[in-house]
Design a protein around this ligand. Structure first.
Ligand SMILES: Cc1ncc(C[n+]2csc(CCOP(=O)(O)OP(=O)(O)O)c2C)c(N)n1
Ligand SMILES: [Mg+2]
Length: 322
């Protein structure tokens, strides 16, 4: 990690912590009926999302999938409006009409979480085309899981982006499973990033995607390459979700030992050890950040609780009628 200021390190730590606390809180609130509908947690995967998005500019664009809370937080979504959206309140980022899988924030370049697996790829090719057509040096990053890369849309989108040299990064968080399907049973190659070769573009791999420093370093190179107009790239980052696929998952397809072994590789723990060992921050300083993050999440819950429900007429806003 070259020339990274203490402030930047603490920003990364804070955003990872906020993503962690947000999902831990939601996991409790779902059971109390505060959050309706299906929700997917990225606890355990914070390093992948924050270590990458930290390199983006405000007007660079991201697309998320169903597991996008950490990416929204990394891209500066207002935490109150995000919480309110999950609670279905009118103060939510999508006026309470969408919930967890319809969190968008255009002013910060966040084109939304998405319930359609593989749904972000072609959209990202579209915004990257616009970025290039309009002679900007902005880029698009499309986040997806491992499972999504077996959708036809992945291959069609990467092919078009490669052919037209569009400024888009296909960011694969390989957490080993698509719901209960082990990725090793769903595809015939040990890695997903090697697919880049078939399209004549670079493929990058971060084996320890729980190490935010490794993600940060690798992604920095890719952003530089893509921003300079060299065309798209693929990156595969290996991580693991601690919780079930969604709020409805009995988790019978993986063992407790496997889950526990990944909890040992906690990205928060790893980063804390790094920061303390390198004397970038003290444990006390980091504890303060944890406290601040927990309070912000608690305040967001209060904000959401005290916000009104949407009225029926809001359902007819922001839709095309002709
Ligand atoms: C087009 C489509 N097919 C199937 C589903 C059901 N579904 C939701 S999430 C998911 C698995 C996605 O796995 P992966 O891409 O690895 O992401 P992860 O959940 O592991 O983060 C599936 C099959 C869906 N939402 N959309
Ligand atoms: Mg997966």
């Amino acid at each position: 990690m070259k020339k990274v200021s203490k402030e930047k390190h603490l920003e990364i730590f804070y955003k990872m912590q906020l993503a962690r606390d947000f999902d831990m809180k939601i996991n409790k609130l779902v059971r109390r009926g505060f959050v309706q509908g299906m929700t997917h947690f990225s606890v355990g995967e914070e390093a992948a999302s924050v270590g990458s998005i930290i390199h983006l500019r405000k007007d660079d664009i991201i697309f998320s999938n169903h597991r996008g809370h950490a990416q929204c937080i990394a891209k500066e979504m207002d935490i109150n409006a995000m919480m309110a959206e999950l609670a279905g309140k009118v103060t939510g980022v999508s006026k309470g009409r969408g919930g967890s899988m319809h969190l968008a924030d255009f002013k910060n370049g966040n084109y939304g979480t998405n319930g359609i697996v593989g749904g972000g790829y072609a959209l990202g090719v579209g915004t990257a085309f616009a970025q290039k057509y309009n002679n900007t040096d902005n880029i698009t990053v499309v986040f997806s899981g491992d499972g999504a890369t077996n959708e036809g849309s992945f291959h069609e989108s990467v092919n078009m982006a490669a052919t037209w040299k569009l400024p888009v990064i296909f960011f694969i968080i390989n957490n080993g499973y698509g719901i209960s399907m082990d990725i090793k049973k769903a595809t015939n190659t040990p890695h997903l990033y090697t697919r880049a070769e078939a399209y004549g573009i670079p493929g990058h791999y971060v084996e320890d995607g729980n190490d935010v420093v490794k993600v940060y370093n690798e992604f920095e190179k890719i952003v530089d390459y893509v921003r300079k107009g060299n065309g798209p790239a693929i990156i595969e980052v290996v991580s693991y979700r601690w919780f079930g696929h969604s709020t409805a998952d009995a988790g019978v397809y993986r063992t407790k030992e496997e889950v526990d072994s990944w909890k040992e590789k906690d990205p928060m723990k790893k980063y804390r050890e790094f920061l303390v060992k390198k004397k970038i921050a003290t444990n006390e300083e980091l504890d303060e950040i944890v406290k601040r993050s927990e309070k912000e999440v608690d305040d967001a819950v209060e904000f959401a609780k005290n916000s009104p429900d949407p009225t029926l007429d809001i359902a007819y806003e922001d839709v095309y009628v002709d």
